[in-house]
Design a protein around this ligand. Structure first.
Ligand code: HEM
Length: 445
């Protein structure tokens, strides 16, 4: 029987409809498109989001300032700030599609094709690809992963718990802990050999940090991004060729075998999925764990509450880690049908951007949202998206990683606390922490 790849299947993506300024109100005076807005802290940004939720929950905004590839014809976008509207846009995958881009910023097309895989596709092609990829996570793979998560969390905490470097017993939590766990799991999952690990992790980091001056070091953002995506594709190509000859236990080997309804993935699709996972699966969890250590420092009684009964309370608490951190700040859709949202008329071609941190602070859903409350239950946050076809595929893995890491931290160095202010990433996509000092009593002292 011949197997076709998904690329052979006709793509019935809807035609591109250009966005128009016709019939639109003036751009909102509560401006969330400026570069300055995205270099503020999330607490500062929340003041504007709150105002928008209360006065203009679906506001018409000017185009993003300093877009990577600016479009002179771009009229702007609708900013969706309330929880209910974010859920509606996320779940109505016929009216609001992903196939014409999901990022708030305007990025080079070649880069998007190389990096986004089914994140930027629509049903049915999206569903076929997501099913195919999910089928590669066999029960055997998942079992291995669970073990790998526990071992990795223990070894990473082992590497610094008894001996914090530096004169004051302080260390950078991001470098020594937060970034290590997801990077190691991602590399283990795909069976990345030791000599390629550093390049893989750097490539993934460069892709999400596109507007950050430290990452760019004076180079244009599109150049840095395309280079990083190309490096990751080269790594994928090398490993696909290797696994084709010598299959192993890793995800590349399973992806080569995965088949749904007589269809298989081609090499480019595997490469693009690898890049999507390198970004989706690493920085998100890294930033959530740093932001959670900070939140526990700001709300010490919550840390005590969790420590009292870690196993009994972590399942509920980990949802609050994600709500409070909201590391993924924006995703976009494009309207394909005329509809009304938050009292505004949306027409085909309009860009619609969801602001997850705003939805996670919506008082219609969360009582006292500015409080980090580890007993918050239910906790219908939109940190993993607002539901629908694109809901985070890795949410279970992310929660398992955070659980394993905080079990190690809170049992072995329970007085760990953030010192001073963290250094933040200046982008409009990821709420990221570049570095954050922590202090604790070394284990066994
Ligand atoms: C705290 C950690 C994480 C957060 C906050 C997060 C957040 C998100 C968000 C907001 C989306 C888009 C949802 C939408 O458009 O409706 C998403 C999609 C996705 N995430 Fe995560 N994520 C996390 C961890 C992970 C991990 C660990 C993996 C993989 C190992 C992963 C893989 C994916 C994939 C593949 C998608 C695309 C799903 C699709 O388009 O069907 N994520 N994630």
């Amino acid at each position: 029987m011949s197997t076709e790849t998904l690329s052979d299947v006709e793509d019935d993506a809807p035609e591109f409809i250009p966005a128009t300024s016709e019939g639109k109100p003036p751009h909102s005076e509560i401006d969330i498109s400026s570069k300055a807005f995205w270099t503020q802290t999330s607490e500062e940004r929340e003041q504007k989001f709150k105002l928008l939720r209360e006065t203009d929950p679906v506001s018409w905004q000017r185009p993003v300032e300093d877009a990577v590839t600016p479009d002179p014809d771009d009229p702007g976008y609708w900013a969706v700030t309330r929880h209910a509207d974010i859920a509606r846009v996320s779940r109505d995958n016929e009216t609001f599609i992903s196939g014409q881009g999901v990022l708030f910023d305007l990025l080079p097309t070649i880069f998007l094709e190389m990096t986004q895989s089914f994140l930027a596709m629509d049903p049915p092609k999206h569903d076929d690809l997501r099913r195919l990829v999910s089928s590669a996570f066999t029960p055997k793979q998942v079992k291995r992963l669970e073990q790998q998560i526990k071992t990795a969390a223990r070894e990473i905490v082992d590497s610094f718990a008894s001996d914090p470097a530096g004169a004051e017993g302080e260390l950078d939590f991001v470098e020594r802990c937060a970034e290590r766990l997801p990077a190691r799991l991602f590399c283990d999952m795909f069976g990345i050999p030791e000599h390629l690990r550093e390049a893989t992790v750097k490539g993934a980091g460069d892709i999400v940090a596109w507007a950050d001056p430290d990452t760019l070091a004076g180079r244009p953002a599109d150049e840095v991004q395309v280079e990083a995506a190309a490096t990751l594709h080269e790594i994928a190509e090398e490993l696909i060729a290797l696994r084709r000859k010598e299959p192993g236990e890793d995800l590349f080997s399973s992806l080569l075998d995965a088949e749904v309804d007589g269809r298989k993935l081609d090499d480019f699709e595997i490469g693009a999925f690898f890049v999507l996972m390198s970004v989706a699966g690493t920085d998100t969890t890294k930033h959530t764990s740093s932001l959670t250590v900070r939140a526990m420092t700001q709300f010490p009684s919550e840390k005590e509450y969790l420590k009292e009964d870690f196993d009994g309370r972590i399942k509920v608490a980990v949802e609050e880690f994600v709500r409070f951190a909201s590391p993924v700040m924006t995703f976009r859709r494009t309207a394909m049908k005329e509809t009304e949202l938050g009292g505004k008329k949306i027409v085909p071609g309009d860009k619609v951007v969801m602001f997850y941190p705003s939805g996670n602070m919506d008082t219609d859903v969360f009582a006292d949202p500015e409080t980090f409350d580890l007993s918050r239950d239910p906790n219908p946050h939109v940190g993993f998206g607002g539901g629908g076809a694109h809901f985070c595929l890795g949410n279970q893995l992310a929660k398992a990683s955070l659980t394993a890491l905080f079990r190690e931290l809170l049992t072995r160095i329970p007085d760990i606390e953030a010192v001073g202010e963290p250094r933040l990433l200046g982008t409009n996509f990821m709420r990221g922490v570049k570095s954050m000092k922590v202090r604790f009593t070394p284990e066994g002292k």
